[in-house]
Design a protein around this ligand. Structure first.
Ligand SMILES: Nc1ncnc2c1ncn2[C@@H]1O[C@H](COP(=O)(O)OP(=O)(O)O)[C@@H](O)[C@H]1O
Ligand SMILES: [Mg+2]
Length: 328
């Protein structure tokens, strides 16, 4: 097989009109993607949106009903073997064997990837070290924390040296610290030139990691762009100020340009991203006018704001667990 001619930004994943239904339930209704090599792409959507289905199709685990897809330059349906050789997948639910030790799981992957014994051990040791799992190497995986399991899962995937990695909700269920560690690992992989396709339910995660984000809703991409482009469309971020009386509310409202106010609750919402500079500026403004706020809360835009803005309704993350009456 001749490798496809390299262009400046070759595409790692390209899909056109990708569609999938389960019975009469339409899960994907024509998905078009173009993900450049070496970039981080985030597919953002609530529970049941079709994120895992997309990952399963692109990693050849299930087939699409319609549409075309190229992964690592190979047609998904005609060259599934070549696609599988180029990719790594870590699922939403960890694939590691709980009875084996971390080290044994890694060696298992070395065997699956036909590495010779010495090379397998060398790579396993290197990856365990890189992910700070060396101390856990001899422990049965069932005794490891969720964060460590996730890291091990990813380390196992990397034994095959994939150029494209699918990460299905890599941080769901992790504590904040493990979440940040995982983010650093993902950034490190991208810095090595690996293309990352990740799914997430968290706007902040997509914002932190992705070069481009696509929002999946009812089988369609309802938005696609850089985090900046997306956030510009979402006016959800604000700082909420609570006042003791109507006078204070009145004077404060006059200080800030565009605010929404609630005269009954005695609150003002000042638009802002919730960062420290924005916060400081609001407090300074109040200080200079000698107005006292009783309380202050920061609201950063989240997936709900994304969906409210893009679709005019709250996220409908409920169809995952509901009975299959499937109206759409
Ligand atoms: N094998 C299957 N058979 C029937 N329905 C399925 C199957 N897999 C997924 N679904 C349905 O497809 C929808 C999308 O699922 P999924 O891709 O897992 O969503 P997400 O990963 O975004 O939470 C859900 O409504 C789910 O119940
Ligand atoms: Mg899923």
């Amino acid at each position: 097989m001749t490798p496809s001619t390299a262009t400046a930004v070759a595409s790692a994943i390209t899909t056109t009109g990708l569609s999938k239904s389960f019975g009469d339930k339409v899960v994907l209704a024509g998905i078009d993607l173009r993900i450049p090599e070496g970039s981080i792409f985030a597919l953002l959507g609530p529970n049941g949106a079709g994120k895992t289905t997309t990952v399963q199709i692109l990693s050849t685990l299930i087939s699409a009903d319609a549409g075309t897809a190229y992964v690592a330059g190979h047609d998904l349906t005609r060259e599934p073997g070549a696609v599988r050789a180029a990719i790594g997948v870590t699922g939403q639910f960890s694939a590691v064997d709980g009875l084996l030790t971390a080290q044994e799981n890694m060696i298992l992957m070395a065997d699956l990837n036909h590495l010779n014994r010495a090379e397998g051990r060398r790579r396993a040791a290197g990856l365990l070290d890189r992910f700070e799992l060396t101390e856990a190497a001899a422990k049965p995986v069932s005794t490891l924390s969720g964060g460590m399991r996730r890291k091990l899962d990813l380390a196992m995937t990397l034994m095959g040296d994939p150029r494209i990695i699918f990460l299905d909700e890599p941080t769901t269920g992790l504590d904040p610290r493990s979440r940040r560690t995982m983010w650093q690992i993902i950034r490190g992989l991208a810095a090595d030139g690996v293309t990352i396709f990740l799914t997430t339910q968290y706007l902040d995660e997509a914002d932190q990691l992705a070069d481009r984000i696509a929002v999946l809703d009812h089988g369609k991409l309802v938005a696609e762009g850089t985090p900046e482009e997306l956030k510009r469309r979402i006016p959800g971020g604000h700082i909420r100020l609570q006042f003791a009386d109507a006078d204070a509310l009145e004077s404060a409202a006059a200080l800030f340009g565009s605010v929404t106010r609630d005269d009954e609750a005695l609150t003002l919402n000042v638009p802002g991203d919730g960062g420290v500079p924005a916060l400081r500026s609001v407090l300074d403004t109040l200080d200079r006018a000698s107005i006292k706020a009783e309380a202050l809360t920061v609201h950063t835009p989240d997936l709900d704001d994304v969906f409210l803005t893009l679709t005019g309704r709250s996220r409908s993350g409920d169809d995952a667990g509901s009975p299959k009456e499937s109206t759409r």
